[in-house]
Design a protein around this ligand. Structure first.
Ligand SMILES: NC(=O)C1=CN([C@@H]2O[C@H](COP(=O)(O)OP(=O)(O)OC[C@H]3O[C@@H](n4cnc5c(N)ncnc54)[C@H](OP(=O)(O)O)[C@@H]3O)[C@@H](O)[C@H]2O)C=CC1
Ligand SMILES: Cc1cn([C@H]2C[C@H](O)[C@@H](COP(=O)(O)OP(=O)(O)O[C@H]3O[C@@H](C)C(=O)[C@@H](O)[C@H]3O)O2)c(=O)[nH]c1=O
Length: 364
């Protein structure tokens, strides 16, 4: 008995786009450790780089589907340069919106299922979006829905749910929102769209690695300045990878509603608090020799300083912490094996420690 692609029935073919991304590398790393099986079948994963598959090119997408005949596609490809996207909107939309649309259309034709990744930058952090969070929690009256009041009351502590209203401030955020909407329009519940945030891991470019580099070279005379009025949820990319394999291994029941999910490290912080914690943990692991001064700065002053140097920054959300309860309830409700995967529901500080230990072990 053979599957449509001619391979033995006992394998499930998964196609990863954007093979050089942080996420694609984490998916392969996690799979090597966890040896997931799917209905007793093993996985056959094909990870295609940008050069091998351009997701914004219809012919390229059709050729990849024709060649590999995937049952699942995980879209790790994206245009992620948030500042550059402001001046390169066409390319950002081609990769972040047209790309997912082409993948979803091909999945609809072939019956494959799609996991697509979106971003917390679809939110603005403005009071209207936060207000929705409070209303979802049935906790406040209209008169008390002020942004600062919510933060003081602790109601934002659990983050934005899937019901919060997106209002992206940047071209990157707008193009990501267009991409997730296209996928859900075409595939509805056959798609899994995961909004995540502030991703970091041992591979590729990310805030943690940038901070480690800057901390290693900063001096008392030139301290680091880091924004303290943007709040979000740092997320270890390996934990996201575990979640994705888990979602593929245990398809969710219809009761889980739409295919849109939030997933991030638990808790929330500002970039400034994140930087302080990176330094604290890196010193403890001897990844850094000495502490360097880190000062807090507000977004407006940071953007003004960047502009003085000729760099125009894209606006970023002031509040975009994500609430992962929906996906957690859907998964744990039906798969007790999740207790073997504690990384998923850990506080962001725990996840950071896991990443830095991995980083130290690799001698990076
Ligand atoms: N990084 C983050 O903090 C966050 C990321 N996300 C989302 O998570 C997903 C994974 O992100 P991450 O692992 O950080 O990604 P990376 O930035 O590490 O990698 C993105 C990859 O996409 C590739 N790529 C760009 N354009 C195309 C294209 N047209 N066709 C195929 N490949 C292309 C790039 O290749 P090349 O470099 O060769 O062009 C690169 O390898 C993305 O959807 C991203 O938007 C969501 C929230 C936070
Ligand atoms: C390097 C640096 C950044 N910052 C600020 C700028 C910015 O507001 C914030 C993060 O900076 P970065 O440019 O590293 O990160 P940024 O590109 O904004 O990160 C985003 O990437 C996209 C892809 C996402 O989807 C988001 O979830 C988020 O992770 O920290 C400082 O304040 N000081 C610094 O020294």
């Amino acid at each position: 008995m053979h599957a449509p692609n001619g391979e033995p029935e006992s394998t499930v073919t998964v196609l990863l786009t954007g093979a050089d991304s942080q996420l694609s590398k984490a998916l392969l790393r996690v799979l090597a450790k966890a040896a997931y099986r799917f209905d007793g079948r093993t996985l056959r994963v094909h990870a295609l780089s940008h050069a091998e598959l351009d997701i914004g090119d219809k012919q390229s997408v059709e050729a990849a589907f024709a060649r590999f005949k995937p049952e699942w596609v995980i879209n790790c490809a994206a245009y992620n340069a948030v500042d550059r996207a402001e001046m390169a909107a066409d390319e950002a939309y081609r990769v972040n919106s047209l790309g997912p649309e082409l993948l979803a259309s091909e999945c609809a034709l072939t019956g494959a299922r799609l996991v697509h990744i979106s971003s917390d930058y679809v939110f603005s952090g403005e009071p209207a979006c936060i207000a929705e969070l409070a209303l979802n929690q049935n906790s406040l009256t209209d008169s008390s829905l002020s942004n600062s009041g919510l933060i003081e009351s602790g109601l934002t502590e659990r983050g934005l749910t899937e019901n919060a209203t997106p209002a992206p401030l940047s071209v990157y955020g707008q193009s990501k929102l267009a991409g997730e909407q296209a996928v859900l329009r075409i595939l509805a519940e056959r798609a899994i769209v995961i909004r995540t945030a502030w991703l970091y891991g041992v591979d590729g470019h990310n805030f943690v690695k940038t901070m480690l580099r800057l901390m290693a070279t900063a001096s008392d005379a030139q301290p680091l300045t880091v924004i303290n009025d943007q709040i979000g949820s740092p997320t270890w990319v390996d934990a996201l990878a575990y979640l994705i394999w888990q979602l593929i291994a245990s398809p969710l029941s219809v009761g889980c509603g739409s295919g849109l999910f939030h997933y991030a490290g638990q808790g929330q912080c500002s970039w400034y608090e994140f930087a302080l914690e990176i330094q604290r943990q890196a010193l403890a692991l001897k990844l850094l020799d000495k502490a360097v001064p880190i000062s807090a700065i507000d977004s407006l002053s940071y953007a003004a300083k960047a502009l003085e140097k000729g760099n125009k920054l894209a606006p970023r959300p002031s509040y975009s912490a994500l609430n992962s309860d929906k996906v957690r309830q859907c998964l744990t409700g039906q798969n007790l094996a999740l207790t073997h995967c504690p990384e998923l529901w850990r506080d962001w500080r725990w996840q950071l420690k896991a990443m830095l230990e991995d980083y130290a072990a690799k001698g990076l």
